[in-house]
Unconditional design. Structure first.
Length: 224
């Protein structure tokens, strides 16, 4: 796949793709898709019937379009260049999606990004969209009973839960990710359901490395 200095991906994308547990009959929307790594992971085995891949940055969508063309995935992945705050729109209909995936900007807009390029700052900081914007749009796109799967930084957990509930996305499960047992989590994965009753499970954490530094099965299975 094609990447650039400004549009790359990390382990969090593979963790979220695995966590998503996508089904073949799903219509999926990946908000803040970047270069499209998560839709492309979905297409490795049994892809869903349709994936909308949304990003506001033209270079990111251009990279994804080139990767789609190279791999003949035009019938499955549809790149959408646009502002998620303006969706649903003519490309993605209201309440038409079974699953929303999102790896949003982790940091607030005032948390210091002077040394980043503009594209990197938009991807990492809430300059163009907030977590509230993300949840509002996800709720509008999802069918009743549809799912949202998101990854985020642990210090934003309260913000994420509040935003989800404000937009009728009830948090149902959260999983923390640790590099090594005993370390503080560096990421969480959260699942919510549109219109569901209250009640959230805290799942067993995902551990990426053993005490000797070797990779765990949790890590290795991300790249199957």
């Amino acid at each position: 796949m094609l990447v650039s200095d400004d549009h790359r991906f990390g382990t969090d994308a593979f963790l979220l793709a695995k966590y998503a547990d996508v089904h073949r009959n799903y219509t999926v929307c990946d908000l803040c898709t970047g270069c499209g790594i998560i839709p492309l992971i979905f297409c490795k085995k049994e892809p869903p019937k349709k994936i909308y891949a949304v990003d506001i940055q033209e270079e990111a969508i251009g990279l994804l379009k080139a990767t789609i063309d190279e791999n003949g995935l035009g019938g499955i992945i549809e790149p959408v260049l646009g502002d998620l705050k303006e969706m649903p729109n003519g490309q993605i209909a209201h309440e038409s999606v079974d699953l929303v995936i999102v790896n949003p900007p982790y940091m607030t807009s005032g948390s210091g990004y002077e040394k980043l390029s503009r594209a990197q700052a938009v991807a990492r900081h809430e300059l163009m969209c907030s977590i509230n914007d993300v949840c509002k749009t996800a709720s509008a796109l999802l069918k009743y009973g549809g799912l949202i799967k998101m990854c985020h930084s642990p210090e934003r957990l309260a913000d994420v839960i509040c935003a989800m509930r404000e937009h009728n996305l009830e948090p149902k499960s959260v999983t923390f990710v640790q590099n090594i047992v005993g370390e503080r989590p560096w990421l969480f994965l959260i699942s919510g359901k549109k219109g569901a009753n209250a009640g959230m499970n805290v799942e067993k954490p995902i551990i990426l490395r053993n005490s000797d530094g070797s990779y765990t099965e949790d890590y290795l299975c991300l790249y199957d």
